[in-house]
Design a protein around this ligand. Sequence first.
Ligand code: SF4
Length: 357
Amino acid sequence: MSALTPVLEGRDLTKYFWVKQGRGLLSRRAPVHAVENVSLRLDAGKVTAVVGESGAGKTTVARLLAGIIKPDQGEVLIDGKPAPKGRPRSYARQVQMVFQDPFASLNPVHRIRHHLVRPLEIHHIVTGDMDAAVAELLNRVALKPAENFTGKFPYELSGGQRQRVAIARALAVRPRVLLADEPVSMLDVSIRLGVLNLLADLRDREHLAILYVTHDIASARYLADTIVVMYAGQLVEAAPSVNLTDHPAHPYTQLLLSAAPDPDRIEPPKLAGRGAPPSLLALPTGCRFHPRCPFAMDICKRQVPPSIAVSPGHIAACWLHVDPANRQASENGLLATAAAQTAANHAAAAGGSLDRD
Ligand code: SF4
């Protein structure tokens, strides 16, 4: 394994969920396009943020990487090798998840010590002094002194303290990857920064590879080394975080940034919010963002935009970054294909009518 091999990688991940529509004999199953062709990598000592609105597919990507659900297409690689089928204990130990809701992720009838002892026992991490191991875990997430917390129930802690316990529980098995699914979105604004700083500290001190799922692009810029922007199940832009937030190349990223609060901004946002994300059961053709995009062109409505490298390490899936001549060639190719298809349809229809005659 080379030093450049990511710890965890998703390649062309695609996941559909099937739902029933209609009733009785007229009912049918339709696919929810949760994630399509998403590739991303998590490196040791780096935070990768996945940003987007609700329904963008962020959590599905985290669950695919965790092995909780299986992709319909694409694969997950760990240290450059295919991840094992299912979620065996050896994989779960290396790849841990921290969930959004610290109020639901801790069992309310057990004390904090129990939550931390369980993974240590199940994975045979500690055979000696369990109390010392629990205290060390609590110290790693800055819950000190540990004896003030071990005997408490979750309801006796604040939201931020509960999320720290959830992170300590994930750290108990000495993972290499932490998948944090909106870890601060249910916390008071005043304590979010503390949890973000804790994640940054774990990245720097323990060299963890961290996935940070969020809808808040400002916090992604604060914490992450790389930002991946998703819209309606697809990756639309990815770049080093400062590069992406200083020079957003995709109109959707520009919309997200213009909607983010910025105390230094004097002028109103340049891009006003337009419309809402599409239904994942009935997606727009071409670029999925086109009904909301102020720069949409004809080709955007018909053809899926390619991923373009707009600068080193910075990609955006948008027709605006395709050379106009190439854009026209694509448009002509599409029109030629459509014309050929129409001619073929007419020929088939004419042949059909002759046959009937
Ligand atoms: Fe807008 Fe077209 Fe770019 Fe999509 S491809 S974001 S519709 S300009």
